[in-house]
Design a protein around this ligand. Structure first.
Ligand SMILES: NC(=O)c1ccc[n+]([C@@H]2O[C@H](COP(=O)([O-])OP(=O)(O)OC[C@H]3O[C@@H](n4cnc5c(N)ncnc54)[C@H](OP(=O)(O)O)[C@@H]3O)[C@@H](O)[C@H]2O)c1
Length: 315
């Protein structure tokens, strides 16, 4: 049975990926900083949960032993403890070097849609730099593929769930930074399926795939829809640029900020496709937000059905 090492496998996307790989007959080895915080993975068959410092070259090399492939999902939205550069660039480079040294010939890397070395946010700039180092470092020894999703949704996400929580705490209205920013939310099940297909298809080596859902929404549309599905009557008050930046600066001072200056800078770039949708290239039909989000945000509105905001959302 083939064994895959996964960095960042304990998170939202990683946990779904581990489950999908298990169903396909793979054994997984998931590295984490805190084993006891991720007990949900202890019950997954053929999944080894290993507490390990992935920044240690020796520990990483040992962790990759006997693995056929490695997947890197480590990512941070706020620099706490580790810098963006450490989490997205240094680690990506260490991993590709370790793969070469340990004879791991397949590497899947998680980037982000619209990541670009020119920024504007540190998150996007370092994501792009990490991807570039992986592709360069792989050479002809390691077959590397990079996936670049827009915002990912599904049970346990920190997008729709976070807005639902913020809306519930809001007193009748919610001041929303960057209301015109655009996203093409992509279902976690589709993202995970894209990883599995890339893993099993050598012809994807050396390629980057942008992953997006079937439709584009503004942030305002997303938050209004979230309120409706959550059964909350809230007015969304869109903030102009100056107030958006100010809100990000203030909220960014919180220990686990819902918005930071770097997040604000990311929102200046629409998270939408620049080329073909990699899901379709890989033979996956993108899943609509309206099919999935109500199943986990789940309060039916008074009319007893969910409002479908397809009419107002453009591509
Ligand atoms: N979710 C989205 O909408 C979205 C969109 C585009 C791209 N992405 C990218 O997809 C990847 C996974 O996203 P996610 O939403 O699943 O993230 P998540 O739930 O926040 O999980 C992050 C994972 O990274 C690991 N990690 C974080 N900081 C680390 C550090 N300093 N050292 C070692 N491991 C560290 C965590 O492992 P432990 O805490 O167990 O050690 C955890 O498994 C990230 O690279 C993210 O940038 C996500």
């Amino acid at each position: 049975m083939r064994r895959i090492s996964i960095l960042g496998g304990t998170g939202f996307i990683g946990s779904c990926l581990v489950s999908a790989l298990t169903h396909r007959g793979y054994r997984t080895r998931v590295f984490t900083r805190r084993r006891e915080r991720n007990r949900h993975l202890l019950v997954v068959p053929e999944c080894e949960l290993v507490e390990l410092d992935v920044f240690s070259d020796e520990a990483l090399a040992a962790g990759l032993a006997d693995c056929e492939a490695a997947i890197n999902l480590v990512g941070i939205l706020n620099a706490r403890g580790r810098s963006f550069h450490d989490a997205h660039v240094t680690l990506a480079e260490k991993l590709v070097n370790a793969c070469r040294a340990q004879g791991v010939t397949r590497l899947l890397h998680m980037c982000a849609l619209r990541a670009n070395g020119a920024g504007p946010s540190e998150y996007l700039a370092t994501k792009a730099e990490g991807e570039a180092r992986v592709m360069r470092g792989a050479g002809d020894v390691v077959s590397a593929t990079s996936l670049r999703p827009s915002v990912v949704f599904g049970p346990g996400d920190s997008f729709f769930n976070r807005f639902s929580t913020l809306l519930a705490m809001s007193p009748g209205f919610i001041p929303l930074a960057c209301p015109h920013s655009k996203f093409a939310p992509v279902y976690v099940g589709d993202v995970v399926e894209a990883f599995v297909r890339c893993l099993e298809d050598e012809s994807t080596a050396g390629k980057r795939f942008e992953l997006a859902g079937p439709k584009v929404y503004t942030l305002r549309q997303i938050v209004e829809y979230t309120a409706e599905v959550s059964g909350l009557r809230r007015r969304v008050v869109g903030l102009g640029d100056g107030l958006s930046r100010l809100q990000a600066g203030v909220l960014g001072l919180f220990p686990s900020p819902p918005l930071s200056i770097d997040n604000y800078l990311s929102l200046q770039i629409d998270s939408v496709l620049t080329g073909p949708n990699g899901l379709e290239t890989l033979g996956i039909v993108p899943t609509e937000v309206e099919r999935i989000v109500p199943t986990y945000l789940g309060v039916r509105n008074r009319a007893g059905r969910y409002r479908d905001f397809r009419a107002t959302a453009g591509r």
